[in-house]
Design a protein. Sequence first.
Length: 322
Amino acid sequence: MIEFIVPLITFISIVSLVAGIYYLWDMIGETGASKVERRLRILSAGGAHGGDLIKRKQLSTNPALDKILHDIPRVHAIDRLLTEADLDLSVMKFIGLQFGTSIIFTAILYFSADLFPLLVLILGVTAGFMAPYIFVSKRATKRRKRFIEMLPDTLDFMARSLRAGNPYLATLKMVADEVPDPIGTEFGIVFDEINYGLETKDALLNFTDRIHCEEVQYFAAAVIIQKVTGGNLADVLNKIAEVMRARVNAYREIAIQAAEMKLSANVLIGLPFFVAGAIALTNPTYFDPLFEHPLGQVIIALQLFLMVIGYYVVKRMISFRV
């Protein structure tokens, strides 16, 4: 029986690895037309607001799976994360990628480590499901930070355009055409939605759904209020740009102050692995009882779990809001 299971696991792992590499290449290796393609894709998918004009976003190409996914609350959070990370990937494909990486990690642990089978399954599935999520989260965070850093200069650009006599919609078009991604792409989506009949308020609310940061909420609130009450929008945008620029500088100061704490956290996490590796090199049989005995494997899993929790707590301690 074993002689049939091992080739099967190997085959599934290789197929999953090839599929995973293809998906990552397809997500990251974008062409010069990706900016326009993303605008068209999100426009056709629609948003949470203005649903009478734009159809509901498709989470899977299979209608039955799409209906099931729409009924699961947390799935929409994953979809928003994929959108914010600017990945051309549906929720169903992302879940399939997680299953594929889980199979790969489980197979690697199965062939490389003499561990208890249940422990191999738990570690492989956990690592396989978390790895794509961490990758997407980091990509979304990096894109969001770049967006926040570019937004003050973009608002100043919009204010100058409005003072020059250009209407609001034409100013959005100029930002979409002249400012690089992610600003140009996101403002281009806002322009497309308004241009095709969506209310300005709904388009801006969809904007805040795609980019989760307070700076975008300030901009959307200012424009929506100005549309109702009137006033000089250019002056409002200049004031918001000043506040946002001060917030960006404050973020940078905090990052400098927290760098030492981050380094300490990384050292504390990496030190046990470094010491264990050094001991294993000097005395290869030192950890054999720990790896071979089921209780030792449970202790290892518990230690890794506690280390992950500790790292998360430290990360929360050095995360500041401005």
